[in-house]
Design a protein around this ligand. Structure first.
Ligand code: FES
Length: 202
């Protein structure tokens, strides 16, 4: 996995729009007086959503100002978590989980599909300007490995052919169905087994 890339092209200013400022104030009010800095993750998330899914440095400074905390501390949080993008991403942002359960179920074959159909390099926006991809650590849906996240949705129980179809649908401006691609509901076991000791063909 590559290190977090901070965009070289940075807007000079950033401020929340009216609706997001209200949302930020609400997030801050969840914490007791003197502990407002605890809202930093929520505010970063709101900034990312407002700015086409990435956080400019000006937004970190703006948030530091609102929360009365050092800018470097906001920067540390933003650079630590993979959920924050520090450079522009595609309108469809593919996050491929390559942690062990997904890896042994074929995650790197999904990475190869992204290289072939989106862009050769991680974090590079496709020629159509539509999509980009990155590798991430466990997204917490290991039971349905291998899986990926596209924007806010999870796509699970994938294989290369299924992922190619998902990318093709997006290319035609259609919405692919999120969830399991083997028809499982949530993370239910296969073959209606309730324990590992039961006959797997039952
Ligand atoms: S290892 Fe991929 S979701 Fe947990």
């Amino acid at each position: 996995m590559s290190l977090k890339k901070v965009s070289k092209d940075q807007p000079k200013d950033f401020e929340f729009n009216k609706k997001n400022l209200e949302e930020a104030k609400k997030a801050i009010s969840n914490y007791p007086k003197g502990k407002q800095q605890s809202a930093v993750m929520s505010l970063l998330y709101i900034a990312q959503r407002q700015n086409n899914n990435w956080i400019p440095l000006a937004a970190m400074k703006y948030i530091a100002n609102i929360l009365n905390m050092p800018y470097i501390k906001v920067y540390e949080v933003a650079t630590f978590y993979t959920m924050y993008n520090l450079a522009p991403v595609g309108n469809y942002f593919f996050q491929i989980c390559t942690t062990t359960p997904c890896m042994i179920r074929g995650a790197y074959k999904l990475v190869d599909v992204c290289k072939k159909k989106i862009s050769k390099k991680e974090n590079e926006i496709s020629k159509t300007n539509q999509s980009s991809w990155t590798e991430v650590e466990c997204l917490g849906a290991c039971v349905n490995a291998p899986m990926i996240q596209i924007n806010e949705n999870y796509f699970e129980d994938l294989d290369p052919e299924k992922l190619e179809k998902i990318i093709d649908k997006i290319g035609k401006n259609e919405k692919p169905q999120p969830g399991s691609y083997r028809g499982r509901t949530s993370c239910e076991p296969e073959n209606i087994r309730k324990t590992l000791l039961e006959n797997k063909n039952a």
